[in-house]
Design a protein around this ligand. Structure first.
Ligand code: C2E
Ligand code: CA
Ligand code: CA
Length: 651
């Protein structure tokens, strides 16, 4: 019995196959049962018409009428079930009940036909048996997808009908009985075969569905953190935007870990991965059910907060996330400290398509990273203006003739003690025919975000080298390289080729690099520095102290100078802390045998103080503003004419 049930699928060991089978059989039954009951009711009605005899009302009228009504009731029941969705469990239960009922009806039907047969006119017997056989045959066909029922019906009917036909007179009916028996037998065999095929088909469909479900699940999950991935993020965002109730906002958040790259570099990828996993867990914990969290890739996460009626709720959530990341990440032998910056954009204010919202949130993130590291910023109208401005700058920059529109100004670096000029730093200037004068603070970041930075750096370097060839040999050229130049081996090769074959000795060139490159990929940056040094150039680390974990890098690189960012000098006079930081940085540079340049020196008092800290090089408006090319030589000549140190002259 168990084997039979197993074969029929009713007790299949995989519940999902059982459920799928129940569903498929139910679907077939719902379609076929009405046909079956209608056929049987029609046959019975015909029998009443032909055999109805008021002398035998119970057998020829009442009993068949009762059977026909029972069939019609079942017909109605199944017709009503046609379009009603039910659970697989209920389907299975209904199918079992239906098969018992069908068997019961088959028994009643057979009993009635048998009685009719023996009570009837011998001439009618053959017709009765034949009609009965054909009816049963069609019943069995109708039940073909539900083999238990089909076999029960045929088990009840086949022996009877064969017997009846065998008993039938006239003689040829014996042959008919045998023939029908064979047909029934063949039908039963076919039911067994097709039921097995049906079960196999259902199991294969279940397998295929499970496989595709699993594939779909994997395609939507980030394998490292187990969080939804980028694809699922955008699908969710699409749905959230579409379903946003009137008056409410959907906030899209882009989260980026500050200082994650150094953790990866210093402690290795295993620790880096653990930080990402832990971050995912913290974010999920902090937001609870309030928002949808996803990992978008690298150290970037995404957040979707829907049905927001009050922006402060989102900012408060952002603050909690930032707070949760500030808690150090402790592993067996490492403690990593990072923070999270978040950019939010609201739908519909900032845009109403997922792409647009993501772009705006990404811009807000960029803004947060530049100005409010470790906190959350919501995209505003001011950001929209800046974004449009940057887009315009990019458009014009793409069309610009770099050789004619770009010029270079030169700002001297002096020895702090004597005021002697050591070098001139090349600072790019853009005179755009469409936009007028644009400062490097505006166009260099735009060039860096597109690929324009490569030709731009090359054009500026050629110009600067040409200008420097007119200067005395003991004065260096300081040239700013972008992190993108260092990160691209092809771009770096071209820069090196220009420097090596330029009109001045490469040893007179000092390349200024920023921490951004070191933080992006330290190993690559180190190789780039070595390559630049291999032609004899020297290297300065620019804007020192503003980056993330500067001290991690400086002693691992063959630097020549560090340039302490001008923000420290600005605060030096008012803040004892800034003074202490400068002092520490200067003494560290001296210990590591680096020259130390202080940028942004604007007053003689600042210079005096810095000299007392041991700083050996200085740059700033105190000495000179950046000079146009043609003013450099006169400036040098004027300086050399004077024998006194710069600050005494100025003071
Ligand atoms: P930076 O490399 O830190 O350049 C120093 C900036 O400080 C220059 O601004 C300079 O004019 C300004 N500065 C110099 N002394 C003082 C001072 O005493 N007080 C104040 N308040 N500012 C002073 P500039 O020319 O606007 O350049 C801004 C930034 O643009 C540069 O910062 C550099 O990061 C970038 N940049 C400029 N030219 C180039 C270039 O040719 N290539 C690349 N990649 N970046 C460049
Ligand atoms: Ca610089
Ligand atoms: Ca600088």
């Amino acid at each position: 019995m168990k084997r039979f049930l197993n074969w029929a699928g009713a007790s299949h060991r995989r519940p999902e196959v059982r459920r799928a089978l129940a569903r498929a059989q139910y679907a077939a039954y719902v379609r076929q049962a009405p046909v079956l009951y209608l056929t049987v009711a029609a046959v019975i009605s015909a029998a009443i018409y032909v055999c109805g005899d008021w002398n035998k009302p119970a057998l020829t009228i009442a009993a068949p009428l009762l059977l026909a009504v029972a069939c019609l009731v079942r017909l109605g029941v199944w017709l009503r079930r046609r379009n009603v969705e039910v659970d697989a469990e209920i389907m299975a239960r209904r199918l079992v009940a239906a098969s018992w009922l069908a068997t019961l009806l088959a028994i009643c039907f057979t009993a009635w036909v048998t009685s009719l047969y023996f009570a009837g006119d011998p001439a009618l017997r053959g017709v009765i048996a034949g009609t009965f056989g054909v009816t049963m045959l069609s019943a069995v066909y109708c039940l073909v997808n539900f083999p238990i029922s089909a076999l029960a019906v045929s088990a009840v009917c086949v022996p009877f009908v064969s017997l009846l036909l065998a008993l039938a007179t006239p003689e040829p009916m014996i042959v008919g009985g045998g023939g029908l028996f064979l047909v029934m037998f063949g039908t039963t065999y076919m039911i067994v075969r097709s039921a097995r095929d049906f079960l196999g088909l259902v199991a294969a469909q279940v397998d295929a569905k499970q496989l595709s479900d699993e594939n779909a699940r994997l395609a939507h999950i980030d394998s490292l953190t187990g969080l939804p991935n980028r694809r699922q993020f955008f699908e969710h965002l699409e749905a959230a935007v579409a379903g946003n109730p009137a008056g409410a906002r959907v906030y899209v958040g882009v989260l980026d870990l500050d200082g994650f790259k150094p953790v990866n570099d210093v402690f290795g990828h295993v620790v880096g991965d653990r930080v990402l996993v832990e971050c995912g867990a913290r974010f999920t914990h902090v937001v609870g059910g309030e928002a949808f969290v996803a990992r978008l890739g690298g150290d970037e996460f995404g957040l979707i907060v829907d049905s927001v009626y009050d922006e402060s709720r989102v900012l408060e959530l952002g603050a909690r996330i930032c707070e949760a990341t500030r808690e150090p990440f402790a592993f067996d032998d490492a403690i990593a400290a990072i923070s999270t910056s978040i950019g939010f954009a609201a739908c519909p204010d900032a845009g109403d398509t997922p792409r647009r919202l993501y772009e705006r949130a990404d811009f807000a993130l960029y803004f947060a990273k530049q100005n409010h590291r470790g906190s959350a910023v919501v995209f505003s109208e001011d950001h929209e203006r800046r974004m449009k401005g940057a887009a315009l700058v990019e458009q014009c920059l793409r069309r610009a003739d770099l050789d004619t529109e770009m010029t270079v100004e030169y700002q001297p670096l002096h020895e702090a003690e004597t005021g002697a000029i050591v070098s001139f730093e090349a600072l790019a200037r853009w005179n755009s025919p469409d936009l007028g004068l644009v400062g490097p603070g505006e166009f260099v970041p735009v060039a860096e975000r597109s690929d324009i930075i490569y030709p731009l750096s090359r054009a500026l370097l050629r110009k600067a080298l040409k200008a420097a060839s007119a200067w005395p040999d003991d004065i260096q050229l300081s040239f700013n390289l972008s992190a993108r130049d260092l990160m691209s081996p092809a771009a770096l090769t071209q820069i090196i080729a220009i420097a090596a074959s330029g009109p001045i000795a490469p040893s007179r060139i000092d390349f200024e690099i920023t921490e951004t490159a070191l933080v992006t990929d330290f190993e690559r940056a180190r190789k780039a520095v070595l390559a630049l040094k291999s032609i004899g150039a020297s290297i300065s680390l620019d804007d020192f102290g503003t980056g993330y974990s500067s001290l991690n890098y400086v002693h691992r690189l063959p630097l020549d100078r560090i340039k302490i960012d001008r923000s420290f000098v600005r605060e030096m006079e008012s803040s004892p802390l800034a003074r202490d930081v400068i002092k520490t940085m200067i003494s560290m540079a001296r210990n590591l045998n680096f020259d130390c340049v202080i940028e942004g020196v604007e007053s003689a008092e600042q210079l005096a103080l810095l000299r007392s800290f041991g700083c050996n090089l200085a740059q700033g408006y105190l000495f000179s503003q950046p000079l146009p090319e043609d003013e450099v030589l006169p400036f040098i000549a004027a300086r050399r004419d004077r024998s006194l140190p710069a600050e005494r002259k100025i003071a």
